[in-house]
Ligand binder design. Structure first.
Ligand code: COA
Length: 171
């Protein structure tokens, strides 16, 4: 697996920034022929975003409230399957919080078609790298029971009773 701006696909650094915004990273999983891009500055089509979240089984949400929630989020990260004309949103995560001490991570999802290629893990790595840049000292998330292992294997610590919460500490 790679996580860089320097591999040999046609998506060079200039194109990467112009299509996906500043700070975007491209990622090519060994198991999939597509190139994926992680970005926190490319704007979202809210209908596409909600379709993605529904594809993993989550309930429909009012678009106007979603827009406000995103406006009030500290960090919104999209994962796009690269296409120079029609990039497709295949993953998402966002964080809310005070911006200095604590954040909570929400809406972590990878489209079912693209699950199992390492994108979810890479998405969390990208999110945490951005939180580190913001000098956030603690992140929290509320995991569904079926994905606790996904977080545990990445170093997240389960809350003492081991039921639903997990905590991540920068140090
Ligand atoms: C959870 C989710 C984001 C994982 O994304 P993904 O791209 O399929 O995960 P990856 O391919 O990066 O998997 C990374 C590792 O976690 C493991 N893993 C993935 N999903 C897992 C799960 N549900 N339970 C246990 N382990 C899991 C993989 O086997 C892989 O292990 P490896 O590093 O030893 O090979 C994705 O399955 C998803 O969107 N699920 C539905 C929405 C959801 O439940 N989100 C979490 C809300 S709390």
């Amino acid at each position: 697996m790679s996580f860089s701006n320097s591999d040999t696909t046609s998506l060079d650094a200039e194109n990467l920034d112009s299509i996906y915004g500043k700070g975007a990273y491209k990622y090519k999983s060994l198991n999939d022929k597509n190139t994926f891009v992680f970005s926190q500055s490319k704007p979202f089509d809210l209908i596409e975003l909600e379709q993605l979240l529904q594809s993993v089984g989550w309930s429909r949400r009012p678009i106007r409230r979603v827009k406000k929630a995103l406006d009030n989020s500290l960090l919104k990260v999209g994962v796009w399957r690269h296409d120079p004309k029609f990039p497709r949103l295949v993953g998402f995560a966002r964080c809310t919080g005070d911006g200095f001490l604590e954040v909570t991570i929400w809406d972590v999802a990878i489209h079912p078609v693209y699950q199992g290629f390492g994108l979810g893990k890479q998405l969390m790595t990208y999110v945490l790298s951005q939180l580190k840049k913001m000098k956030i000292s603690k992140a929290t998330l509320f995991a569904d029971a079926g994905v606790l292992e996904f977080y545990k294997s990445q170093g997240w610590v389960l809350e003492p009773k081991g039921k639903k919460c997990a905590f991540w500490y920068a140090n």
